[in-house]
Design a protein. Structure first.
Length: 109
């Protein structure tokens, strides 16, 4: 399963997996962007870092992931890399943090 989903579907996914230790929310933006506001409980793995592929490669390929960036461009690149590395279940927040906020969902700082 590798698919792009709406902010509402992403929120539902997060709610359904809040107690799932194999579920990870990954923010692929820069540290500065992350500091300005991010989805609660997300981890930062900057897709523009030279070692992004190595960091992503350390993760469990059988886990469940929600990936997002600012608008959907960088997360698409991250998802492509994860697909190439053999990840099985990856969801991409299609509109990024912009769509998340437009849908009325909150961020943590």
């Amino acid at each position: 399963i590798i698919e792009s989903i709406s902010a509402e579907a992403s929120y539902d996914l997060i709610q359904k997996n809040e107690d799932n230790p194999d579920f990870t929310i990954i923010d692929v933006r820069t540290p500065d962007e992350y500091a300005e506001g991010h989805i609660e409980n997300s981890v930062l793995i900057n897709v523009n870092d030279d070692n992004f592929e190595a960091k992503i490669g350390e993760l469990d390929r059988n886990g469940k992931y929600l990936i997002y960036c600012r608008s959907g461009v960088r997360s698409g690149r991250a998802v492509d890399i994860m697909r190439e590395l053999g990840f099985q279940e990856v969801y991409e927040l299609e509109s990024g943090i912009i769509g998340w906020l437009q849908a009325g969902f909150l961020t943590a700082e």
